[in-house]
Ligand binder design. Sequence first.
Ligand SMILES: C[S@@+](CC[C@H](N)C(=O)[O-])C[C@H]1O[C@@H](n2cnc3c(N)ncnc32)[C@H](O)[C@@H]1O
Length: 334
Amino acid sequence: MLVLVRTVTGLEQLAAEELAAAQHRVIDLSRRQLVIEPHDATVVTSPPRLADDLFLIHDAVPDPGHTRQALADAVPAIQLTGEPADFAVTASFQGRRNFNRYDIEDLVGERLRELTGGRYHSRREGVTPPVDRVDWRVVLDGKTLWVGRRPFAVPLHRREWRRHTVTGSLHPPVAAAIARLGRLAPGLQVLDPFCGAGTLLLEAHAVEPGATYRGIDRQPAAIAAARANTPYGAEIAWQEGDARQVRGSVDRILTNPPWDVRLGIGPLGPYLRQWRRVLRPDGLLVAIVNHEQAERIGGDAAWQILDEYDVAVAGQHPRILVAGLRQRGVTKVR
Ligand SMILES: C[S@@+](CC[C@H](N)C(=O)[O-])C[C@H]1O[C@@H](n2cnc3c(N)ncnc32)[C@H](O)[C@@H]1O
């Protein structure tokens, strides 16, 4: 069976690397989406953290193209089996069409009702389907109309640990990508000086519990949220403090400063100077920043940009930067 993996715009390649590292075979990659041939059931029992969501593909037919009539003609070709459960359908498409997502959902919903005998709950009128339902996903990617079923009760990006958020809390799959770019290893000391509700370090800890983690935020409510989000047994030091006055030395800084949208921090210079002092010479900074902040870091002679990814998240278009410290013209990363 093939699997449809949905991810965040800009993270497709990193998600492909995560899947390949778990021995799954990526057979197609397009905007926000990967189709894979899973190596084994671990794709469900230990799903990719960079995925927004994941669906087992039950059928695929050629993408019918632009018109609603072509869509209506294509849908009867869908063949699959399933139990007669309450179900909902979520659809999306690439490119220009003369129909909308609800047209796809209702046409496919009706076809699935015929095939499974289940009860279809349309989202067209904004009515929330019952909680205890099966979720089908349809994607028209320009080549193929994929029909998949979510093997989980809730979307994959919803983390069990996440009970609290703060203003600007990061989407967990994006945090997982930052953790991955941080090349974490046991024994490394990792700092998030703008930790908020802890998303970055909690995702990092989930993939590398052997590193040492410290999160700092100036808001007591953020520290309380991070503490409350921390799973039992995970040792992460959460401290109230100022990101401009960090002490000690660390191997990694993984962070998400405010992007001056809902929260502001003013010029990045004082923070960068402080981080330069605490980051070990062979350390790494991985930060998700707005474009002005990215230019500030890129233009700072102390830092060398090693990698960058433009992503689309929460209606914003920030950039993930991976940077090291320049040392007499050489950047060494362990
Ligand atoms: C974008 S949010 C971080 C969200 C976090 N990644 C999460 O997922 O919850 C930025 C955080 O920086 C904190 N902050 C702003 N200025 C700060 C400063 N000078 N020192 C420490 N924290 C600061 C804010 O309180 C806020 O929680």
